[in-house]
Structure formats: structure tokens, C-alpha cells
Design a protein around this ligand. Structure first.
Ligand code: ZN
Length: 189
């Protein structure tokens, strides 16, 4: 079925989890021994008590895609916390080893049923203590059928001037940057 998320995929719910999730690392994954918190490389990190390996809190990459359909922005109403019931630009996690542009198109298809081709980078967004790095692309639609995926309560089309209640206020400035990039492209054409 077009547009349904793949069963068992990690949810997009940790879009903006904050704080040091490494406090939860009590065992080193490779050898299974307990960790203890030690000051290493500038901060407290979980260190394996048996082999001394440090668990580094690497960021995760979240990709989001802006696409227009009939002059309106394609958005989804989230079915996960944070921001459950509110709207956002479609997106999700890139897998390790996955080409980021392909992850963007895959997540967009899973959430909206629409096929896109990424046309350009809008921006890379990070905040202090945010475990995720958000990468946003502009895109053009190339096919598919608008239908909400498993992690969306709904899909909708919105004017940038009349956006629905947003899960992430950051979307407002991202959409403005996308609009400015579009105007610059038009100016060059
Ligand atoms: Zn160990």
C-alpha cells in the first residue's frame, strides 16, 4: 500500500528529546559490563568498568522535507510525542549508512504517501542539549497519493501564512528560510 510506514521502524517521536540520555547507559553494549560515570573528553561519560571503553553520546540525524502540492505545504499531524496531535513538516531518522537525501525521501513517502526528489538543502539545525541534528531539504513531488502513514494522524496542505498548531515552533523559521530560498531561485531564473 502506498504511503504506509514500514512496520517496526523506529518512531519519529524523539525529534527534540533534550538532556543527556547517556545517563541511561548502565552497561557497555559490546561486553555487557556495568559502566560508571567518569570525566572523559571534557564531560562525564559512561565508562565500562571492565574494558574501559567510553560510550559516546553521538547525535542522531533527523531529516525533514518541505514539499508543495498545489501551492500549499505538505504537513503531517503527529501521532507520537512530543507534539502528538500537532502538525509538522514530514520527516524522521536517517539510518546509519543511509544516504541522507534518500532517507529524507523515504521518510516523506512513509509519512505522506508522496514521492519526492530532494532539490536542495534548506538548513542544518542544532541546539545545545538537543540529541538530534535536523537536516531540512526542499523537494519537488514526483508521484504518489496523499495518505497519512502509520506515524501520522493526518496529512494536510497549508498556506505558509496560515499554519496549523505546530509541534515544533522551529518549523516557522525553517519554512521562512525555505520561502526565501525559493524566492532567490526565482530571482535567478
Ligand atoms: Zn567492557
Amino acid at each position: 500500500m502506498i504511503g504506509r510506514g514500514t512496520a517496526g521502524r523506529i518512531s519519529t517521536a524523539v525529534y527534540t528529546i533534550t538532556g543527556n540520555d547517556m545517563e541511561e547507559v548502565r552497561f557497555y553494549q559490546r561486553c555487557g559490563s556495568p559502566t560508571e560515570s567518569q570525566f572523559r573528553h571534557g564531560r562525564l561519560r559512561p565508562v565500562c568498568t571492565k574494558c574501559g571503553a567510553i560510550s559516546f553520546a553521538d547525535p542522531k540525524v533527523v531529516v525533514a522535507v518541505i514539499a508543495e502540492m498545489g501551492g500549499k505545504i505538505v504537513m503531517i499531524r503527529r501521532d507520537n510525542e512530543p507534539g502528538r496531535g500537532k502538525w509538522t513538516i514530514p520527516g524522521g531518522f536517517a539510518d546509519r549508512g543511509e544516504i541522507v537525501e534518500e532517507a529524507a525521501a523515504r521518510e516523506f513517502l512513509e509519512e505522506t504517501g508522496l514521492k519526492t526528489e530532494v532539490t536542495g538543502l534548506i538548513g542544518v539545525y542544532s541546539k545545545s542539549e538537543d540529541t538530534n541534528i535536523l537536516v531540512v531539504y526542499g523537494s519537488k513531488l514526483v508521484g504518489g497519493e496523499l495518505v497519512a502513514g502509520q506515524e501520522a494522524q493526518d496529512v494536510g496542505l497549508f498556506d505558509i501564512e496560515s499554519l496549523p498548531p505546530l509541534a515544533f515552533e522551529r518549523d516557522v523559521s525553517i519554512l521562512k528560510e525555505w520561502q526565501a530560498a525559493k524566492a532567490r531561485r526565482r530571482g535567478r531564473a
